[in-house]
Write a protein that binds this ligand. Sequence first.
Ligand code: HAM
Length: 425
Amino acid sequence: MSSDFRAPKGVPEYFPPVSAGFLYVRDALAAPAQRAGYGYIELPVFEETALFERGVGESTDVVSKEMYTFTDRGDRSITLRPEGTAGVMRAVVEHGLYRGPLPVKLWYAGAFFRAERPQRGRYRQLQQVGLEAIGSTAPALDAEVIALANAGFASLGLRNYELQLTSLGCAQCRPIYRELLSAFLVNCDLDEATRLRAGLNPLRVLDDKRDAVQRQLVTAPLPVDHLCADCTEHFASVCSTLDLLHVAWVANPRLVRGLDYYTRTAFEFTHSGLGAQSGIGGGGRYDGLMASLGGSDLSGIGFGLGVDRTLLAVEAEGIHLPIAPAIDVVGIATSVLSQDALIVIIQRLRHLGVCADVAYDSRSLKAGLKTADRLGARWAIILGDDELAEGQVAIKDLRTGEQVHHSNDAIEQWAPSLRWRAESA
Ligand code: HAM
């Protein structure tokens, strides 16, 4: 069968059985934040375009080339969210959340939109789990945030990933460093587009992947070598706290994040099994973001973890996720008369916490058992005219073939023994 329609280009879809892995990964990445006191925030999927222009930065690829922007019916410029941090900051300011206990700790999950050139692991609709901690400059909070990201990846059994860490300096030391770097870049042989990029944000050039550019940058000044005393102390403290927490990291003094709001700590998790799209998560501190959106000047730190890419990383490492089978029991009615009684029993089982389905269109026991097998059920509940007359059901263990009869009236007693999913997860 072929349809007239296809999903939009660059948009991954997850359906069974892979979608169970998607949910598992998403929940595993979010679990550490929930255990650390982060509350959930459900953000709008679209915002005023200016929020991202001002928050994320007009010189970034994300804002200048990748936003899905449209004019709505009220003539407002609207953009599908390309990331979550700007929206969280907007919400914190708009709803005065910063007036409560600090730091404000929030986590979120969902789809984000970037009009990138699609390839494996690079999508136009991407899924992130993210968190933000706003209102504290404590370096231990930077370490907490990084450790929570690491805990998510580690809980999935991932091993072939690396945490890269650096400091990008602050409003005091960065402008001085920026001048130094700009002066250095003037003497490099760069093409017009790169020169333009350097004019908007010279740090971006440090991250250029091309050999011809990197060769010229060997002696370039690096942010970590030009930090002010406060930033040096902050970074040293983040590093030593990560060591204390046994979170392995490597210094990457050339790390530049793709979004403009970062100050001080910046980090990225990369996985070696994903080819060019190796970033499975990243984040950092942002000191001026809230003020730039019109709020008070509170510092924040956070991360965004890529659910799509983490799922690819899990596959690349051949990790078997402990995903529960979809269904415990399938009900089979072997006569027309027994059908109504069967669906009542199935509903009662569901209420009692058993995952149960019905072989609706199976006209025979054989066909019903085949359906049960295809659905991966452990048991079949069989109801025919004989069982109906005796007020019983037959329960067949599909692994052993063993069959027992139970009374319909005592369903509360035997139902708990049919919870296979919960045990095998
Ligand atoms: P980001 O580095 O732009 O940061 O995105 C975070 C993660 O989202 C990436 O490491 C990657 O795993 C995933 N990702 C990004 N773009 C794509 C794509 N086109 N296809 C698939 N996956 C993708 C942020 O978004 C920041 N808001 C993170 C943050 C929160 N910083 C501070 N707080």
